[in-house]
Design a protein around this ligand. Sequence first.
Ligand code: SF4
Length: 490
Amino acid sequence: MIINYDDKTNSINANYLQSLVLMYLPCEKFALSDEDKSSLSVFADYDDNKREYTAKTVLYHNGRISEKTLCEIKDESNANQGKNVVGKAFLECAKEIFGYVPQWGIMTGIRPAKVAVNYLSDHSESETRKYLEKEYLVSKNRAKVCVMTAVNEMKLVKNIKDNSASVYISIPFCPSKCRYCSFVSSSTKKLLSLIPDYLEKLYSDIEKISRFSKSSGIKIETVYIGGGTPAILDENQISKLLHVVNDNFYSGDLREFTFEAGRPDCTTKEKLRIIKGAGVTRLSINTQTTNDDILCAVGRKHTFEDYKRCMNEAHDAGFDNINTDLIAGLPGESEKSFEKSVDDIAAVSPANITVHTFALKKSSVYKTQDAEKIDANSKTAAKMINYSSKKIISCGYEPYYMYKQKNTVGNLDNTGYSKKGFECLYNVYMMGEYHTVFSAGADGSTKYVSRDRNTIKRIFSPKYPYEYLDESKYAGFDEKSAYEFYEKYY
Ligand code: SF4
């Protein structure tokens, strides 16, 4: 698609306009010339005498054209008005051409709960819901879930410690690759053989982070071991890793320790016993769907029965705080089949349920080979997401963190629900950028957050384990940057 814009308000840029288009066309490419002759033209202006914003959008797609002009009197309290007027004019055009308004309206490129948290600081919950519905054209259902999430987020961050931080430890290896995944997880035999060397370098990063945090008086409040599939490590490797983590980060300040076991085909009773014995407080065991045919089609090598077995073994090992992920909108999954997945998981009753929306990720098998199988607009996914909220909340869970990714079908959200008292603090702190998250391992990034939360700096580590192991490409956790950031901002 070709995008042209003339913006006299300095409110928009090409990225914003592309993100609006991607809400409807997640596979769209943006080029200077376009054989399909799809185009979006935008004119935005502000008249100081009339104190009025004007946005004119013309959308041309598949031989259909829609043209809309929208004017709004300036609202002094709305810093995003210039941008939002353009978004709303675009949505009028898109509604005419595609026949629907996405559940999140024009909310793109921003964390929904952040908008709600900001608005809640001087408005009631119902005013905030109405603001989301009117200013961002968010559906009633998503506005309700978003405000509930924001209220819970505000409660959860009340007790965050001064000068605290979290640690993320990356195990980017999986036994096989799921077809929807673009994660850099390494699943070939050759790459899996790197695990022993990878762990040695990981321990060195963990020690460097620990040395820096101790010398700077930083309190490590949460540790999250994620993947990939951390349970792919064998018993001895898990035991040593957890030992190293405890040696470096265990203190009275540590409030949460998560191990993302991941796929049920990798856990054993012995691994779960070791993980529990090392003081891990929270596990994640995921099935994504309870439909075995879909599990097989997306390349996951386990069944729903395997998941239930794994959950039982985790309970027997003493875990009461377990998260389970589901994905709405997987290729081939019908509304009924997804509803059954939600009902099945609600019946298993883990402490947390996280419902993701299927995202068409860049290097996933679906995007590279099977893009035509994807219902990108997926009104079905919207129904699935709305069903999951209603059902899960009716079972006593509450939403407590929420984020949106690029290229999700229907531009829908990922939302974490929890039984009271089992919320994952790491997710809330990390997503809301409440404090620094140090990252150890490949395909991670340390995200430094200043004391006033106004400055964020990210330092990326190499994507692939073989790059991570290459001393010429990565010398290990960068203590110099860490000291520089904390000297300047703390
Ligand atoms: S288990 Fe997770 S990280 Fe690994 S391939 Fe599947 S979706 Fe990707």
